[in-house]
Write a protein that binds this ligand. Structure first.
Ligand SMILES: [Zn+2]
Length: 96
């Protein structure tokens, strides 16, 4: 259920949960009970820590703080003679 922001004329902004099908244009302030209009705000995408948001956060973080790897992942050890890539087009690339 999305979080909508309402603005009480007395107390200021507050958040309320409503379904997308039944979001009201005005809600009652939980502190004073005054009618409060809904504010137009940016979507609250980063609040829940969902899997897509964790992925986006990790991608943004890796741009400035790349993870340093000191060894290969367990079970992914490469032996001599094993091609690095299975793509046949990579064999045609220039060698150093
Ligand atoms: Zn209020």
């Amino acid at each position: 259920m999305p979080v909508y922001e309402f603005r009480c004329p007395v107390c200021g902004p507050f958040d309320a949960l409503h379904t997308m099908a039944a979001v009201p244009d005005a809600d009652l302030c939980p502190a004073c009970g005054a009618a409060s209009c809904r504010s137009i705000t940016a979507p609250a995408l980063g609040r829940d820590g969902s899997a897509p948001m964790r992925l986006l956060d990790a991608a943004a973080r890796s741009a400035s703080e790349p993870a340093v790897v000191s060894e290969t992942a367990p079970g992914r050890r490469r032996t001599a003679g094993t091609p690095v890539s299975t793509n046949p087009l990579h064999r045609r690339l220039p060698r150093p």
